[in-house]
Design a protein around this ligand. Structure first.
Ligand code: MN
Length: 236
């Protein structure tokens, strides 16, 4: 019986020691698992795999313990930690997943995404995303010093918070047509994503969309045990 955990949107930073602690406690309580899926925005910001911050090291150490215990770890980039690369993940034997990946979950072919691409009404964000995913832009960014990149990341966070507070609620949620076409394109009846901070299991026509929750006062996970799937909230 395959046991997997799906989590996203921890938004870890030096300001969130209680979430790091909560993650450690949660993983300890879960015990042995086969697969751990980190579906994006695990970090509030990521300035490059050469980041020598204590947070990056602590997280790698705690994931190393999970992979040493026999779990395979998978990582999908979010809109905050889109610069995470295989170099960092190699520290704990994790596999970098693409923006949309199909895997078998609870006996069904399932599409995994971070979720930002599903919010297709957010034209401004998608325009920024296109730039930030351009290899030349990334190379230029990564050629800057760590201090410069830290300053830029702070700026981006402020801008993104201001932009979010000025946007209509429905722009910040998924577009139903985009969800339908993405699921059709991949031929799946289940989609798992995070990003919107609206944890819920949405029944669709002969299909389901499962949204993971963000971690703050409480944590969220989707737990696969054999053919059962359970979306859980727990206190941190
Ligand atoms: Mn996100």
């Amino acid at each position: 019986m395959t046991q997997s955990l799906f989590i996203s949107d921890l938004h870890l930073s030096e300001d969130t020691p209680h979430i790091e602690q909560g993650l450690t406690t949660f993983l300890k309580q879960e015990g042995d698992i086969d697969r751990l899926f980190l579906l994006g925005d695990i970090f509030e910001a990521w300035i490059g795999d050469d980041d020598d911050s204590p947070l990056a090291q602590r997280f790698a150490d705690s994931m190393k313990r999970i992979s040493d215990s026999g779990a395979q770890i998978y990582f999908t980039r979010g809109n905050r930690d889109f610069l995470v690369g295989q170099n960092y993940l190699d520290q704990f034997g994790a596999t970098l997943l693409g923006d949309s990946v199909c895997i078998e979950v609870a006996g069904e072919s399932t599409l995994l995404m971070h979720g930002d691409l599903l919010c297709s009404d957010d034209i401004d964000y998608l325009a920024f995303r296109a730039i930030a995913h351009n290899p030349e832009w990334q190379a230029e960014m990564l050629s800057k010093s760590l201090d410069e990149r830290r300053a830029l990341a702070r700026q981006l966070r402020t801008m993104s918070k201001e932009a979010a507070s000025n946007k209509a609620e429905d722009i910040m949620d998924v577009n139903d047509d985009t969800v339908r076409s993405v699921m059709e394109e991949h031929g799946v009846t289940r989609l798992i994503h995070g990003h919107t901070h609206r944890p819920c299991r949405h029944p669709l026509q002969n299909a389901e969309r499962i949204v993971l929750g963000d971690w703050n006062k409480t944590g969220w996970c989707l737990r696969e045990q054999g053919t059962s799937l359970e979306l859980c909230e727990f206190s941190l």
